[in-house]
Design a protein around this ligand. Structure first.
Ligand code: ATP
Ligand code: MG
Length: 464
């Protein structure tokens, strides 16, 4: 075997998707280990044999490989449930393509992803959500985390404005679209809206639209009836589970376009049809959606259908990133210090002057979640006193080293003058590189030295 062929072979053995290749006569030429595992077979039982010999229950139509090889039309993202050779119920998502070279049909290839576990877990989640929201029996108390507006900490004007509009929206039944960077508290806000709304005694059901393949997401949302496609059972979907309450669709811009069309139809017509069902069921569900990019940009980028956008965007709430809410950085710091002092039994008093200054200038790409983790992490290291720079996560310190004003440098313990000067020089060079987007000529110009000198210094200081 020559090198490329050997590499390809090794690669196909390593990937965890099933790969099945047949030639133009329907004889299996390649069948990787993942495919064998999915089917409960040995590659040897399949390679060199005709597809219909190995799978007697299939025919030229129902075998996607044979169908693709005869129609020359690919079949994409086809969900399939079957009992494999070991007797296990398996659900896969398959895509099949004809292999045509120089106008000649060589065969077909099928790629399958085993989503059995994902499917089982998603279905279990639907069942559990349904159980949680069953009307509580007399005497039993429903115990759940309920986030309300009181859990949302902030005092910055921009933040308070959003909270006020959110509280107004809670009183109505309108669709709400929340957006903001990761960790800004979108989920917290959405839950708060539900719990402050007239629907608060109804269910709150959340689904991330980026987490599931299209066909599975569709059946989880709308439900299925038995036999509608192979392996389907009578199951309610999240729209039914959320009846009388709120359905939170997170990362709505990741929902595949076809499903966006179906969702829009439900929102307009106010009834759903389980997959494979002829019966329609009325729905009384409030929809709240979220995403972490500007919704209109998502429309422009073709991620979010414009018609759906107008439907879900009745009230739009943008949570500003933490770096744009300086007053909240201090407030949230105190809030999380109290929380983790209590939780971990510590007596940390606050931040050192350097840490406080860094907290105000650091851009917090992970927003409130990142701040919370930084404080929780520090309180795992120290018991009392102040949080010093060295108690912070490495990536925040890296930012600090790149942006700290070098003039403030002092003689470091254990470093002589030459080493201290080298440290300052490295800081200045890092700053220049950062500001120039790592363009050497531009950085050299900022530093006022020739390009060759900068390259020499980078080598001498072992910076590259
Ligand atoms: N204003 C706030 N007050 C208190 N805690 C907050 C606030 N905003 C966010 N948090 C905390 O930050 C964390 C992240 O919040 P949440 O999960 O709601 O963010 P998100 O915007 O949904 O993020 P992602 O886009 O990554 O899903 C949570 O632990 C939450 O408790
Ligand atoms: Mg979220």
């Amino acid at each position: 075997m020559d090198f490329p062929e050997y590499t390809l072979e090794a690669l196909l053995r390593l990937v965890d998707v099933g790969v099945h290749v047949v030639d133009a006569n329907g004889i299996t030429r390649y069948f990787n280990h993942a495919a064998a595992k999915i089917e409960g077979l040995d590659p040897d039982q399949v390679i060199g044999r005709h597809v219909l010999d190995v799978y007697p229950s299939l025919d030229g139509q129902s075998s996607t490989l044979l169908r693709v090889a005869s129609t020359l039309k690919p079949v994409l993202n086809h969900q399939q449930s079957f009992t494999n050779y070991k007797g296990n119920r398996i659900t896969t998502i398959n895509s099949s393509w004809p292999i045509v070279v120089d106008g000649k049909l060589l065969g077909a290839v099928e790629v399958s992803r085993d989503i059995t576990e994902v499917r089982q877990l998603s279905e279990r989640l639907v069942d559990l959500q349904a159980r949680i929201f069953e009307r509580p029996k007399k005497g039993s108390q429903r115990q759940m985390t309920r986030y309300t507006f009181d859990n949302l900490i902030g005092q910055d004007k921009s933040f308070l404005e959003v909270m006020q509009r959110a509280q107004q929206a809670a009183a109505s039944n309108s669709s709400v679209l929340v957006w903001g960077e990761t960790g800004t508290g979108k989920e917290l806000l959405v839950q708060s809206i539900h719990h402050a709304s007239p629907r608060s005694s109804g269910p709150f059901v959340a689904q991330n639209c980026a987490a599931l393949p299209e066909t599975l997401l569709e059946s989880i949302l709308f439900g299925t009836v038995k036999g509608s496609f192979t392996g389907a059972e009578n199951r309610q979907g999240l729209f039914e589970v959320a009846e009388g309450g709120t359905l939170f669709l997170d990362e709505i811009n990741a929902m595949p376009p076809n499903l966006q069309v179906k969702l829009l139809r439900v929102l307009q017509e106010r009834y759903i049809r389980r997959i494979g069902d002829s019966r329609v069921r009325p729905v009384d569900v409030r929809i709240i959606t979220a995403m972490n990019t500007d919704p209109w940009q998502a429309v422009q980028a073709g991620q979010l259908r414009e018609d759906l956008y107008f439907r879900i965007n009745v009230v739009q709430l943008e949570i500003p990133p933490l770096r744009k809410r300086p007053a909240d950085i201090a407030l949230l710091t105190q809030y999380f210090l109290d929380k983790y002092n209590r939780q971990l039994g510590k007596q940390v008093k606050g931040l050192s002057a350097e840490t406080e200054q860094l907290f105000q200038t650091y851009p917090w790409p992970g927003n409130v979640r990142e701040l919370e983790h930084a404080i929780e992490g520090a309180l795992n290291i120290i018991d009392d006193g102040l949080i010093e720079l060295e108690n912070l996560p490495a990536h925040i310190l890296r930012y600090q080293r790149q942006h700290a004003p070098a003039v403030a440098a002092t003689l470091q313990p254990g470093q002589n003058l030459r080493e201290t000067l080298a440290t300052i020089e490295m800081q200045l060079i890092e700053q220049a590189l950062e500001q120039s987007g790592h363009n050497i000529s531009h950085a050299a110009a900022l530093l006022g030295i020739p390009r060759q000198t900068l390259q020499y210094r980078l080598r001498a200081l072992h910076m590259r």
